[in-house]
Design a protein. Sequence first.
Length: 94
Amino acid sequence: MRMQVTQGLESYVLRSLKTEKEMERVKELKNKYPDAILLIRNAGYYNTYGEDAKKVAEVTGKEIRNNMCNFKKSELDLVLPKLIRAGNRIAIED
């Protein structure tokens, strides 16, 4: 039992560190491109955060969870034109 708890805690800590690192990267990119929606690729998805997530959700009808909106990589060809037609600038980190 103790081993499972320790492994679970390690997994949680690693996920948290990854999330903190991701958020630092998001802030860095947002400072560099303040007027663009940031699409950040993570595995098979593109993620957006904060105000960018709200804009993406409004245009695409996607759901916002935990201050994040995401869509599958395979949907980029459908989502990108919608965001641009809505008057948004886009910055993509692939």
